[in-house]
Design a protein around this ligand. Structure first.
Ligand code: PGA
Length: 249
């Protein structure tokens, strides 16, 4: 039984006070929602405060990125041991903004996923096709490639620690959501791929989130899809009311 996960990706938003106030209110709201898992990925500088605010709740606090090296001359980067030391165990990896704006490659994404699982942490591994790729009928090819590359050298035990997030690039921040059947097709494809590469039982346990313009108005239909286990939410996770409405779908 896969518990629905709703994880907010806050990107470059919210100060420390805004982060803490939000989490304190969310915490109260979630007390009666033990059947769902909610998470927030604030900016690095607010992670520690967010983790303190979320203490004694089941709110996941995740980072939005990490470096694969334990330490070294990597100006501006944050390491996995640094995150682990503050008890931050979830990290978004391979978000399309990291791939497209900051030039992150599948190879680097794989290094991060390997380093995170080795440290017993949980990557939230993002993948998804662009509009051009969808229009060229290349969705399965692109997703398969991203899975092959991202999960290179990842065994079944490591896969158990990973959350996958299917985020079609054309749906992120655009207000255009994938139609529920389009999301389901890709989620089913990912699960089938995992079943063939690892085993069916493991594929059935894997949490596969959808991301891309998820809002209170479309979450119910998306969640009705059998292979969709929750959402990675950008814009609509920034307002408490819309995030709560999504969790309450
Ligand atoms: P969005 O962002 O919900 O604003 O489309 C999703 C994401 O980038 O994870």
């Amino acid at each position: 039984m896969r518990k629905p996960h709703f994880i907010g990706n806050w990107k470059l938003h919210k100060t420390k006070k805004e982060t803490v106030d939000f989490i304190n209110t969310l915490k109260q709201f979630l007390e009666s929602k033990q059947d769902k898992i909610a998470g927030i990925c604030p900016s690095f500088v607010n992670l520690d405060a967010a983790l303190h605010a979320a203490k004694d709740s089941n709110i996941i606090i995740g980072a939005q990125n990490c470096h694969w090296a334990e330490s070294g001359a990597f100006t501006g980067e944050v390491s996995i041991p640094m995150l682990k030391a503050i008890n931050c165990t979830y990290v978004i990896v391979g978000h399309s903004e990291r791939r497209n704006i900051f030039g992150e490659t599948d190879f680097e994404i794989n290094r991060k996923i390997k380093a995170l699982t080795k440290a017993d942490m949980h990557p939230i591994f993002c993948l998804g096709e662009t509009l051009d790729q969808r229009n060229a009928d290349m969705v399965e090819e692109v997703i398969r490639f991203q899975l092959e590359a991202g999960l290179c050298d990842i065994n079944g035990d490591a896969l158990r620690k990973i959350i996958i997030a299917y985020e079609p690039v054309w749906a992120i921040g655009t207000g255009v959501t994938a139609k529920p059947h389009q999301a389901q097709e890709v989620h089913a494809f990912i699960r089938k791929y995992l079943g063939e590469r690892y085993d069916r039982g493991l594929a059935e346990e894997t949490i596969i989130l959808y991301g891309g313009s998820v809002k209170p108005e479309n979450v119910k239909e998306l969640m009705a899809q059998p292979d969709l286990d929750g959402a990675l939410i950008g814009g609509a996770s920034l307002k408490l009311e819309s995030f709560k409405a999504i969790i309450n779908y």
